[in-house]
Design a binder for this molecule. Sequence first.
Ligand SMILES: Nc1ncnc2c1ncn2[C@@H]1O[C@H](COP(=O)(O)OP(=O)(O)OP(=O)(O)O)[C@@H](O)[C@H]1O
Length: 337
Amino acid sequence: MHVLDGSSGGGQLVRTALSCAAVSGEPFRMRYVRRARSNPGLQAQHCAAIEAVADICDAATEGVEVGSEAFTFEPRVAAEEADEEEPVLGGSTSVEVGTAGSVPLVFDALLPVATALEEPIEASLTGGTDAKWAPPFDYFRHVKLPLLREHGLEAEVSVDRRGFYPRGGGEATLTVHPSEFAPLSLTERGARESLTAYSVAEASLAEDDVAERQAEAAAPDATHEIEYAEADSVGSAVVLAAEYEQSRAGFTGLGDRTTSAEEVGEAAAEAFAEFEDGDAAVDGHLADQLVPILAVAGGEVRAPEVTTHVETVVDLLGEFGYDVTVEDDGDAVVISA
Ligand SMILES: Nc1ncnc2c1ncn2[C@@H]1O[C@H](COP(=O)(O)OP(=O)(O)OP(=O)(O)O)[C@@H](O)[C@H]1O
């Protein structure tokens, strides 16, 4: 059993450990979960990720509840303990991520598992589709998934209802098929081929043209995809998705009561401008999210910088025997496995 220390990071260490355990079949115990956070221990969205991955790999768990600072995850034993048939990696799961806990982040924990699946996964989640401190749904759908599909992932995602802070209530489904990843080759981005602003707002914001204004402020010259959606809470998001010859990147803004539509768009525009000034092949968020995939697929990713997220995930992957290295070449950072 791997004994892991979760104190140097947050939920991402939990999700990465879950992915590794599902892929390898190796159990772990994580202690000091999110110790340095102001609300330490597992939060609802982390418990949801554990439940979803446990369903897929038939894991037995202990200590999984909100506030818990240690938990155990043992893949492939729940069915055996219940004296049922031999467990199969795959199948369906249906989980409440809770209020506006991030649905895309729970999906994230399932993606690396594609490489070891024996049967497809169907994960139906309710919660926040567009939540703070997390990838907005359209970032997951229009940036991350297309990039991974280009590297062998067979997966589709759909959204039936948007979920914004604070009530959430969004509904989305991810289907992942057994996949063979090609090594990630993301060292150059090449010329930009397209730029699209995906802008969504809750239906009552249509009278103020919030989605149109967000898209316009994000990138007046981009293609604009405008959506108004029924949702339990009022909210909005914009994702600027850039497609390059050899890569993809995304830049986001999230609306709330205190932020104007223009400010939401400008947040995405600023992140995009900073990225285009630099030399990286993927944006900083994608960089840390790709590290677990890099571990199972191999390859190279050129990221804007080494974030704590990248460092802590690389260390945790080492505990499962994955050798991921990070090298600063002066203009950017190359993460390889
Ligand atoms: N605007 C954004 N666009 C794309 N990805 C994002 C964005 N904001 C955050 N992320 C990604 O969301 C993930 C957040 O992981 P992190 O561990 O910090 O959060 P968490 O699971 O909510 O746990 P914690 O509460 O402990 O921080 C990271 O992979 C990060 O790159």
